[in-house]
Design a binder for this molecule. Structure first.
Ligand SMILES: C[S@@+](CC[C@H](N)C(=O)[O-])C[C@H]1O[C@@H](n2cnc3c(N)ncnc32)[C@H](O)[C@@H]1O
Length: 244
């Protein structure tokens, strides 16, 4: 499907945008099948990490790289949420789900590297399985930091590097040999589900991502491994203003 969102990003970013446009029709179904529905538990874990801030009176959340809005909808149970993505076919599927849910979630087109919001606009910012795809990790982290209010919290859920011996090789086999075959066949994509394991291998490990978040300005950065490190959930805070 064409992606008519005007976008001035790099060639690599345009290829990623086109790749997600191609797999949008089967994205949700494949996510849940290929992860045996564990992805839903991981997203709920992300919401629990930011629940303290999200339930403050008047709090608002931003879900960057929201795709088909699964995490935006979970956040929307607790607070008004804005989801942003640069791929129209993913957003259109998300919009239909939002409409059916009746939750206070609003989706719009935007680039994670140039978020269309003023500084200090949100109490919570999240990214699920998205930041690995953004061509400039540090740029994306600094945008998340910019739009967060002082005292706000970020949660980043991403595939990571398994830490449990045995699981590493077992999961490695599934992720590089089985998942791409099923994913590429069902989505009829020549490469999207081969790109997935490659992009995870090239993505910083847990400690390195935490260090990059700290460099971007986040404080009290920590992470929790999910399912033995198949995914990791990083959180960090934007320092509150004096007297806040
Ligand atoms: C793997 S999907 C994750 C979607 C959703 N967050 C989820 O949990 O299922 C990654 C999403 O990131 C989006 N994306 C990648 N780079 C982006 C960028 N620079 N700006 C906005 N969205 C981006 C893609 O369009 C895609 O929808």
């Amino acid at each position: 499907m064409e992606n008519p969102i005007a976008f001035q990003g790099s060639e690599k970013a345009r290829r990623i945008q086109a790749m997600f446009a191609g797999i949008a029709p089967t994205y949700d179904q494949l996510n849940h099948w290929l992860s045996l529905n564990i992805d839903k538990r991981w997203r709920r874990a992300a919401v629990r990490e930011v629940q303290d801030v999200l339930t403050r009176p008047g709090a608002r959340a931003l879900d960057v790289c929201c795709g088909t809005a699964d995490l935006s909808l979970e956040l929307g149970r607790l607070a008004p949420t804005v989801g942003v993505d640069f791929c129209q076919p993913m957003l259109l599927r998300g919009m239909e789900k939002v409409r059916q849910s009746g939750r206070p979630v609003h989706l719009l087109a935007g680039d994670a590297l140039a978020l269309p919001f003023a500084d200090a606009s949100f109490d919570v910012a999240t990214v699920a399985f998205g930041i690995r795809n953004v061509v400039d990790l540090d740029g994306a982290l600094s945008e998340l930091y910019r739009v967060l209010k002082p005292g706000g919290k970020v949660a980043i859920l991403e595939f990571s590097h398994p830490v449990v011996p045995g699981l590493k090789s077992l999961f490695g086999f599934y992720f590089t040999q089985i998942l791409p075959r099923i994913g590429n066949a069902v989505s009829r994509s020549g490469y999207a589900y081969s790109y997935l394991p490659a992009s995870v291998q090239n993505f910083p490990d847990q400690a390195t991502l935490a260090a990059r978040m700290t460099q971007a300005g986040f404080q009290q950065v920590k992470w929790r491994n999910l399912s033995g490190g198949i995914a990791a959930l990083h959180t960090g805070g934007k320092p509150a203003l004096a007297g806040q």
